[in-house]
Design a protein around this ligand. Structure first.
Ligand code: NIG
Length: 395
């Protein structure tokens, strides 16, 4: 296995709690990569020799973004709906059906190419791991096709058959299909099950049925909750031990308390909040209550048509009042925690020996530049599983 020594790092964000501060930042640092794994981290003056050497020339290095919430397998465009919303109309879950129609009409090749292009763009901007949800199929054959195609690019595929009830279908009949034939068909391709627990989508009883069936089939649980109003999504997610509850715009004191004392990550989606004009989640109150926060793009054609994690970080700092450290942690280690990939065989989200070598170098001396110079293209180079994008073909 070839080893690579990376030097010239003005500021290294390790996310290693043993190095102090939330981000475990090290000045004038070096990193050694051995194949696809981090082998050594420390001050440049102490760095061991390696087969090759890369000098970053005084730039900052951080873990690749971990985007733990995307709906990136789809076809079609909803810019008209977006324009209508920006003219003062509210987001409605029913818009999902527009994407279902376009996605159903697309060939496997078209869907594969669309997903690959979005993933390439994300990686060029520092994302080295992403979750992908189904949910634009809504019948057995289409949901299975989306799960199969998504599984070609990530092992974190989430089954979101319970995204919205298809037209001319009774909700309870559809839930029976989701937990019956649909779940059985997607099972070989998916690791997670999710449900949109919201008025206009699935009520708490239907959501519980979906989540319990997924759990019985061996899947981890995720929930879309409290996006459009104060509902039961958060409390259900915490009660059932979901890895993550996502959106969290409308939280009451009991929701905040539940997230503060349970193991469920609150995944916040700032690009979506801007695009739907929902109030931002109470991020500061969540952190003060002891909750773990992740930031994710929610890339999808309806409510958040972006894969830019840098944009999400800048928005979280400038609008949601997270500190720089809290936002960077939430978009890296927080995403890994939300996907339960912060431990185990090949952990991600930190630059610590034994972790997967997913690294993001920026053309700036410090991670503070993500919010200090919002909207600037800061990415200088990216390593995914130890392969540097400027020296290897895109996946
Ligand atoms: O996370 N909230 C539900 N699902 C997506 C929206 C999908 C769509 O409108 O197409 C979300 O925002």
């Amino acid at each position: 296995m070839t080893t690579e020594l990376v030097t010239g790092i003005s500021e290294l964000t390790t996310n290693d709690p043993e190095r102090g501060g939330l981000l475990g930042r090290v000045k004038n640092a070096a990193v050694v990569i051995d194949g696809d794994t981090i082998a050594w981290v420390g001050p440049a003056a102490d760095a061991p020799a390696a087969d090759t050497r890369t000098d970053l020339g005084g730039r900052a290095l951080l873990p690749g973004w971990v985007d733990s919430h995307t709906h990136l397998i789809f076809s079609g465009d909803r810019s008209e709906e977006f324009e209508y919303r920006m003219a003062g109309n509210a987001y409605q879950a029913g818009g999902i059906r527009t994407t279902v129609r376009a996605t159903t009409e697309a060939s496997d090749e078209q869907l594969r190419a669309g997903l690959a292009a979005r993933r390439r763009t994300a990686q060029r901007n520092g994302t080295t791991w992403m979750e992908v949800k189904t949910g634009y199929g809504l019948d057995v054959a289409q949901e299975t096709r989306l799960a199969r195609l998504a599984a070609e690019v990530t092992s974190d595929v989430t089954f979101l058959g319970a995204h919205v009830v298809p037209p001319d279908t009774h909700a309870d009949d559809y839930v029976a299909l989701v937990v019956g034939d649909m779940l059985a068909a997607v099972l070989p391709y998916v690791a997670w099950i999710d449900v949109f627990c919201e008025r206009g989508a699935f009520d708490p009883d239907q959501s519980r049925t979906v989540l319990e069936a997924g759990r019985a089939a061996g899947l981890g649980l995720r929930v879309h909750g409290n996006q459009l109003g104060e509902g039961d999504g958060v409390r259900l997610a915490v009660e059932l031990g979901a890895a993550s509850v996502d959106h969290c715009n409308h939280l009451g004191p009991r929701d905040i308390e539940a997230l503060g004392s349970g193991g469920t990550v609150a995944t916040l989606l700032p690009a979506c909040d801007l695009s739907t004009r929902e109030p931002f989640p109470p991020a500061r109150a969540l952190l003060d209550a002891g909750a773990t926060i992740a930031l994710a793009s929610n890339g999808n054609p309806g409510t958040s048509n972006t894969t830019s994690m840098a944009f999400c970080v800048a928005t979280a700092v400038l609008q949601m009042h997270l500190t720089i450290e809290e936002a960077i942690w939430a978009a890296t280690a927080g995403g890994a925690r939300a996907l339960r990939r912060d431990g185990g065989d090949s952990p991600i989200g930190a630059i610590i020996p034994g972790h997967r070598a997913d690294l993001h170098a920026i053309d700036a001396p410090s991670v503070s530049h993500f919010a200090y110079r919002p909207g600037m293209d800061l990415t200088y180079d990216v390593w995914a599983r130890g392969r540097r994008s400027s020296t290897s073909p895109s996946p």
